[in-house]
Design a protein around this ligand. Sequence first.
Ligand SMILES: [Zn+2]
Length: 183
Amino acid sequence: MFATYILHDESLLNEIAQATTSNPFAIEIMARLNNPSQEMQSSDLSHFTTQDGLLYHNHLLYVPAGTCRTRVLQTCHDDPLVGHFGVAKTLELISRGFWWPQPWKLVKEFIKTCDVCARSKAAHHRPYGLLHPLPIPSRPWASLSMDFIIDLPRVGDHDTECHSTGYGCHGSQHKLSDDMDIV
Ligand SMILES: [Zn+2]
């Protein structure tokens, strides 16, 4: 159903047809197909056919690079009917009607830069709990907190600081020093 829907998008097909007329890859393949006696014929061409000014690879419509390829990606990924599937499923939807060389590269890149996917990925966990104050330590150094400060300007091999703080009083047998280490 989805393939029927997208393959009957007249404005998209017109845009692909328009882009095909000025696409060097399509022009070259179509020229070779239209001239079977040419020396440049090769077995690679057996996958291609041409019809009504459009180029097909194994019966899938070739989509030239540019805005029409982006439209196909958007339709197969962002459309409310499909709803932001991952790389494999998006590729599968594309391959129901369309083709261009190494489609997975562009699909990966496209999904990586998709805002909706990035946002929904960040929300795939239980809601954060409320903050609770720390209990008051019952004895010296009973509570120790550590904080890591990362991505600092690099000093030698280090770019992270670890701050550890003991709560309580002094002189305890559990004594740890308040310190600041570069780890
Ligand atoms: Zn997405």
